[in-house]
Design a protein around this ligand. Sequence first.
Ligand code: GLC
Length: 439
Amino acid sequence: MVSAGDAKMKGLIERAKEVLNRNWRGSYTVPSATLYPHQWSWDSGFIAIGYSHYNQERAQKELISLFKGQWKNGMLPHILFNPEEKGYFPGPELWQIELSKYAPKGVLTSGITQPPVHAKAALYIYENGRDREGALRFLREIFPKLLAFHRYLYRERNPFNEGLVYIRHPWESGMDNSPVWDLPLKGITVPAELLPSYRRKDLQHVPISERPTDEEYDRFLYLLHIFKECDYNESKIFKESPFIIQGNLFNAILHSSNKALYQIAELLKEDTEEIGSWIDKTGEAFNQKLWDEEDGFYYVFDMKQKKHIKACTAAGFVPLFGGLPSKEQAEKLYKTLNKECFCRIHSNCFAVPNYDVCEEGFSPENYWRGPIWINMNWLIYKGLKDYGNLEYATYVKNSIIELVRMGGFYEYYDPFTGKGHGTKDFSWTAALLIDVLME
Ligand code: GLC
């Protein structure tokens, strides 16, 4: 007999699939039909993980479509533009990727990347796939592309060969206006004459109280101007740009994807040596450079200022997903996670807010400045589960289910009220809910 609870969950899965159906465009899925009408990189990784449970073909197509935008140097851009779609800013005319000799021909993309969750997604597709033969063929096709992407990161974004990759734009972190970027962004003076006159389109869909400020946008666009001045040459950008950060989220996801890539290489009987060396190097450097023993927390490292940026965001827990902390380090992370200010178990708010709610600058409804994001919860949930912290893992998982059940498929949620904000019918919220209910 199916219990009432099971039936409710089945209903929720069906609704999640409907969201993905509405956002499916034939070979990929838009994150949101209104606010984000193109293909986004890490979104597609998460979305493919959702599809892997019930539609292997779509999951595979999602990643294959994304890699059509891969640059000749291996970079996987954060957006692949649909040329028909004019409702998004900044569009391809602002990126001018033809300035780079590595830009792909005949495809419109942005000129920055996003967290490399894709190898992990590819492994999910194989593991959940009903058609194993088809999945192996897919892995064979995608493996060289994944490898080229990771090689690009270690070659072009790892200037001192430390094993930690840097990002050069807040959008590359995936957490656009996180409080962690306040300091480096404040340090940037934007020469007014260099800024194009522009009109944001995001504000047609979502109120400004839930989105980045205009001052932040000016800086986002100024960085883009620098990239073009450098013709997207990475070593020039490294010298010229004021924003060069070794991220905790980015490198934790990279580490986890390296391990997935290693497994894929083994399945395909490919050489694993290079991937193995990345795993060793990043694992060590991550704990040496991004860990703060006193605070018991992982921070990002600002390569221009040569110091940690000490903002406690949910990204600091994601190393659990990469299997990076030792047992002792993990215990310290649990302590922080179980603080009142991170909405501990039995508190009056939902876990896990994206920023410490007791900090000045926390906002319950503004984008990456405090609300709960389902992908962050998902990464933390999987990490806790891998570490055997089942009580807390279940707490975070239930928060994913409860927020969506109460509020619908929103982009982010107020940790105190559970109210959804940003765009609705958001794809990765739907996809990752499917994963936690079907795993
Ligand atoms: C926003 C998010 C970013 C996401 C994109 C598409 O820019 O900050 O992480 O990839 O929307 O959903």
